[in-house]
Ligand binder design. Structure first.
Ligand SMILES: C[S@@+](CC[C@H](N)C(=O)[O-])C[C@H]1O[C@@H](n2cnc3c(N)ncnc32)[C@H](O)[C@@H]1O
Length: 228
């Protein structure tokens, strides 16, 4: 990660106990899923590359990641940490407490200030201490986790979190990736359908998602969407 920003605290307090408790108690999250993800963080899961995805780093370097930033389904926090490193106020949220604990250690070790919260991305309005609105939301590998029923709820959550004119950047497995392992493959049409009302799909580009077990990563879509 390029160190351009240094520690930054603007708008992002440190993780507070009550935030975590409120998020965890936020409800609505399928407990089995949360447990499954949390268990994967006992070791290093295949998506946890210990640095920002190159596709998101390129967005940051080109100035497209702006304002108050939310890394949704942040895992161990690399993209929230990247945003903080670029001098932006950053929040990371994940349903997996073990991932959030690791993210907090990284923030401390790197001297970066990020608010990390345990919570359900499908139900972000139930926080006692609301997260507020964001100018940029980063989603690496989260949209493709949700099934057909959950996806509209997720997009509704995003709509509440992203201010008008704010942007959502998303990396997901695409349908060109062979094999039946890992998350579901997403088509461009599915992305466009999810964001057909109240959003403008600015671009969907072929990209790569770096993983620990495959040097050239996996075939991915990088979507850029604006809240209208
Ligand atoms: C494939 S991992 C990606 C993690 C991280 N974005 C990264 O790039 O390393 C998907 C993440 O989404 C989180 N997640 C899944 N469902 C969630 C939900 N309903 N609310 C919050 N986080 C969720 C998982 O705990 C997991 O950390």
């Amino acid at each position: 990660m390029s160190a351009t920003g240094g520690a930054n605290a603007a708008g992002a307090g440190n993780t507070a106990g009550p935030d975590r408790a409120a998020g965890a108690a936020g409800g609505g999250h399928p407990a089995g899923e949360a447990t499954r993800f949390d268990a994967s963080y006992a070791a290093t899961p295949p998506w946890d590359i210990d640095e920002a995805q190159p596709a998101f780093l390129a967005l940051a370097q080109s100035g497209q990641i702006r304002g108050r930033v939310l890394d949704i389904g942040c895992g161990t926090g690399e993209h929230a940490l990247m945003a903080a490193d670029f001098g932006l106020a950053a929040v990371g949220i994940d349903a997996a407490p073990t991932a959030i604990a690791k993210a907090e250690v990284k923030a401390h070790d790197r001297g970066l200030r990020v608010q990390f919260v345990v919570g359900n991305a499908l139900d972000l309005t139930s926080f006692t201490d609301p997260l507020g609105q964001f100018d940029t939301v980063l989603d690496c590998g989260v949209y493709h986790v949700f099934d057909d029923d959950e996806r509209p709820r997720y997009v509704q959550s995003l709509a509440e979190l992203i201010r008008t004119g704010g942007r959502y950047f998303m990396l997901c497995f695409n349908e060109h990736q062979s094999g039946d392992w890992g998350p579901r493959r997403i088509t461009q049409a599915e992305i466009r359908a999810s964001f057909s009302h109240g959003w403008r799909v600015d671009s969907i580009e072929r990209s790569r998602l770096v993983v620990t077990f495959q040097p050239d990563g996996v075939d991915a879509w990088l979507a850029a969407v604006t809240r209208t």
